[in-house]
Write a protein that binds this ligand. Structure first.
Ligand SMILES: [Zn+2]
Length: 61
């Protein structure tokens, strides 16, 4: 069995979540903030998924 690692922190973890990374651009005085969702899903550990912006991805494929 292949050991699975978090694609964000690279630590092995049994419980990985399929998420899409979200790049958040904070709002500033001269521009509104924005969010860019990366289309390619990544496997993240629970810790990363709770600490970094992301959204759940479907695990169907
Ligand atoms: Zn992680």
């Amino acid at each position: 069995m292949t050991e699975r690692v978090c694609e964000n922190c690279a630590l092995p973890d049994d419980e990985l979540l399929l998420v899409r990374r979200v790049y958040v651009v904070p709002e500033t005085w001269d521009s509104p903030g924005s969010e860019t969702v990366v289309p390619e899903p990544e496997l993240w550990c629970v810790s990363c998924a709770s600490q970094y912006p992301c959204e759940p991805a479907d695990g169907d494929d």
